[in-house]
Design a protein around this ligand. Structure first.
Ligand code: AMP
Length: 459
């Protein structure tokens, strides 16, 4: 879970990259970085924390002057969070100064790292992205061929932006697990994890970078674009549309918002026999599914939670006695909306089950009469090895319990998960009904060989 952006041929490259990174902030809040080049010697500035705090006017205008930039926002669990792993990574090698920013998870990282260590490579970071730098540095030929041959050695999920002087390269793994899109602003091309990052800075979304595609851009012109590997089947993460991506980003020809509205409409069909006073989302990700549900069922849509946006992930570690305080700090029910009501509560997903349990307890504390809990995706039964930070299988409530057992644990009157078929229908657009999605977290089936040693702590 990370966000990446690249901007070229623009005097305001660093400012545009940082604005795009603020737009991608939901993809990672722990560290952020920008590499700038094109005028002076390439340099990289990284720090822990939010983009808007790190990249102030002084840094952007005085310290990051250049015409090409790549940026990165990083999400990790706190144990692995450190400034050394903040990206982009920059190196000086035989091919010049090169920087890389990566979203995904290179599953064969330990094996390649071991091979590189045997050859004498020195590692400065613990992140999987660094192996790409080594592979590039040790290869010969032109940069396009080098990137292609390096990527051929990698397995798993990787959407990448690379910078060398004024040259911006974008590349996506052969399955297209994580998104990567191309856009334009004036005479500059932009590559970003999501289309919203391009549109917010005044650019126009052009198209998705194809699975297996490498694209090289310089001086406002696409120099070359080719497939480093022909993908057998596209497997783009469907959980991006369920939870991770911004609602205003376009995926498969429709906004993520529209996909979520459809998820809610399908849920309403699946629950057509259930009557309730109101439909209520768990903010923020449950919002559009609840809207779709309300439209399809004619049940009143109500917002019954107030979300506090100032509570950071690490504000209070929820020890036993502070758990209730923390729960109420983040989301507090509005008593007059929920008290005495029979509600349909909609959230995007149940992973460990702890969030839902706390919220339902809270609603009971505020006098709710009945809760029908609807989830806008199927039960999560498999851990993700392709770039979403999910817990190990042992901690996934649905991997170890039946739906009825989860219902009893949550103490709700009914529990409905969106079917996989309806989720796929919601995320496909128009005539494009092909199943182009990775659904491993819902099926437990993976596209690459997964073993106990498979690396899953990517970026
Ligand atoms: P839980 O069931 O307690 O693990 O939490 C599930 C909630 O966390 C859902 O409401 C989602 O909005 C959110 N969520 C889903 N996937 C993730 C993830 N990979 N990282 C952080 N939050 C997530």
């Amino acid at each position: 879970m990370c966000g990446i952006i690249g901007v070229e041929n623009n005097e305001n490259a660093a400012v545009l990259a940082s604005a795009g990174m603020v737009t991608l902030q939901h993809r990672g809040e722990e560290s952020a970085g920008i590499t700038i080049s094109g005028k002076e010697k390439m340099k990289t500035f990284t720090a822990m924390g939010l983009v808007s705090k790190i990249f102030n006017e002084d840094i952007l205008l005085n310290k990051l002057s250049g015409t090409a930039a790549i940026g990165h926002v990083r999400y990790t669990t706190s144990a692995k969070s450190s400034l050394t792993n903040a990206q982009p990574f920059q190196m000086a090698c035989i091919h010049g100064n090169i920087a890389v920013a990566h979203n995904g998870n290179i599953t064969n990282f330990p094996k390649i790292k071991h091979e590189l260590l045997k050859k004498g490579a020195i590692f400065n970071h613990t992140s999987d992205t660094e192996i790409l730098l080594h592979l590039i540095a040790m290869s010969k030929g032109n940069l396009a061929d080098i990137v292609a041959s390096s990527m051929c050695k990698l397995e798993g999920a990787f959407s990448i932006v690379i910078l060398r002087s004024k040259l911006l390269i974008g590349a996506r793994d052969e399955h297209g697990f994580r998104p990567l899109v191309l856009g334009k602003i004036d005479n500059s091309y932009i590559i970003a994890s999501e289309s919203a990052a391009i549109e917010v800075i005044g650019g126009t979304y052009i198209r998705d970078i194809k699975p297996g595609e490498v694209i090289l851009i310089e001086n406002g012109k696409i120099q070359k674009s080719f497939l480093y590997k022909q993908s057998k089947k596209q497997n783009t993460c469907i959980f991006e549309q369920v939870y991770f991506s911004r609602p205003d980003s376009v995926m498969f020809g429709q906004t993520v918002k529209e996909a979520r509205v459809k998820m809610g409409q399908f849920l309403a069909l699946q629950m057509k026999d259930i009557k309730a006073d109101i439909v209520m989302p768990v903010p923020d990700t449950g919002y559009f599914a609840a809207l779709g549900f309300a439209r399809a069922s004619n049940i009143l849509f109500e917002n019954g939670f107030v979300r506090n946006h100032y509570v950071g992930r690490s504000f209070i570690k929820p020890s036993q006695n502070l758990r209730d305080v923390t729960a109420r700090l983040k989301l507090r029910p509005i008593k007059e909306v929920v008290s005495g009501k029979e509600i349909i509560l909609i959230d995007d997903s149940i992973v460990r089950g702890t969030t839902s349990k706390r919220l339902i307890n809270l609603l009971k504390e505020y006098g709710v009469k009945k809760v029908h809990f609807a989830v806008s995706c199927p039960p999560v039964i498999g851990s993700c090895y392709y770039g979403i930070d999910t817990p190990d299988k042992e901690d996934l409530i649905a991997a170890n319990n039946s739906v009825e057992k989860i219902r009893k644990y949550l103490e709700v009157d009914s529990l409905t998960f969106l079917s996989l078929e309806n989720l796929v229908k919601s995320c496909s657009y128009g005539d494009k009904k092909d199943d182009v999605f990775c659904k491993s977290c819902f099926t437990g089936k993976y596209f690459t060989k997964i073993s106990k040693n498979t690396y899953k702590e990517g970026c």
